[in-house]
Design a protein around this ligand. Structure first.
Ligand code: HEC
Length: 256
């Protein structure tokens, strides 16, 4: 029995297993990725860890619920809703994955039943030709797939919460515990693989450190003038996320 810690989109857990999977799926020869290793079995225990606190005040996140806005949409935006794939303009196969409405209208989600839902089926499809996301985008991680499945099992609701309701703590921000998880959720769909967007590969400490130190990372996420606003096509990161990442950069962008 495998135990998966699901830390939703913006707030993943860096388990060594997740890291290990990431290494495999980001390897160039991902053709024979062992599917059975990444799909949770029905008997697996799924531990859903609540998002880390962020800033502003709003509805606190209930660790037992999956929040579409904070946990599911960022995965879809980063890995599926790119130009040429499932943004509104490209709409491959008629599927648009840019908002709750478009997901429910075009991705054949059957609430409470992941197995009947096209959105889930394509993630675990045995046939590599039909598996989503298609190369060069890496397959979703076990945690991300488990999260989408759990969201559908909970009725595929359009919930939103405020991961920042506990206050924004910008002290001692770690790369592994905080910065990289945020990047995995919001950025890697475009910034990893063989031809990462803008030639910027963020799927390693070295890649992130390079843009942290030359100012591009903060410029892009804070939507500063003369930088391209990131995440592209997605909502701006919360003020707290931006402050925490800035605090990590200001402290030397360490591999901590
Ligand atoms: C949907 C695809 C997509 C996502 C998601 C995305 N990016 Fe980008 N990013 C791009 C593209 C395309 C470029 C290059 C073209 C440009 O600069 O607009 C780029 C450029 C950049 C640059 C260089 C910007 C500059 O002006 O120098 C940085 C830094 C960057 N991205 C960081 C990020 C970070 C951090 C995230 C996540 C918070 C992210 N990106 C999410 C597509 C994406």
């Amino acid at each position: 029995m495998k135990i998966y810690d699901l830390w939703a989109g913006p707030f993943p857990l860096l388990q060594s297993e997740a890291f290990f999977l990431l290494q495999i799926i980001s390897a160039p020869s991902c053709k024979h990725f062992p599917l059975e290793d990444i799909i949770p079995d029905p008997g697996d225990t799924i531990v859903i860890v609540p998002p880390p606190p962020d800033d502003t005040l709003g509805t606190p996140c209930d660790p037992n619920l999956i929040y579409f806005t904070q946990q599911i949409l960022p995965i879809l935006q980063s890995n599926c809703a790119m130009s040429g794939c499932h943004d509104a303009a490209s709409a491959q196969d008629g599927v648009v994955l840019t908002s709750y409405e478009s997901v429910m209208n075009t991705a054949e989600v059957v609430p409470f039943n992941p197995g009947e839902s096209e959105l889930y089926d394509v993630l675990v499809e045995d046939d590599f030709e039909d598996r989503m996301p298609q190369p060069p985008v890496a397959p979703l991680s076990a945690e991300q797939i488990g999260l989408i499945s759990a969201w559908i099992q909970q009725g595929a609701k359009n919930l939103s919460c405020d991961p920042d309701s506990g206050g924004c703590d910008t002290n001692n921000v770690g790369f592994a515990a905080y910065v990289f998880p945020v990047i995995q959720s919001y950025c890697l769909g475009c910034h990893s693989g063989g031809s990462p967007s803008g030639g910027i590969n963020l799927n390693s400490y070295a890649g992130v450190q390079a843009v942290a130190q030359n100012g591009q990372l903060y410029g892009a996420i804070s939507h500063a003038q003369s930088y391209s606003a990131m995440p592209q096509n997605g909502a701006k990161l919360s003020d707290c996320r931006i402050s925490k990442i800035k605090s990590w950069i200001d402290a030397g962008a360490l591999n901590n």
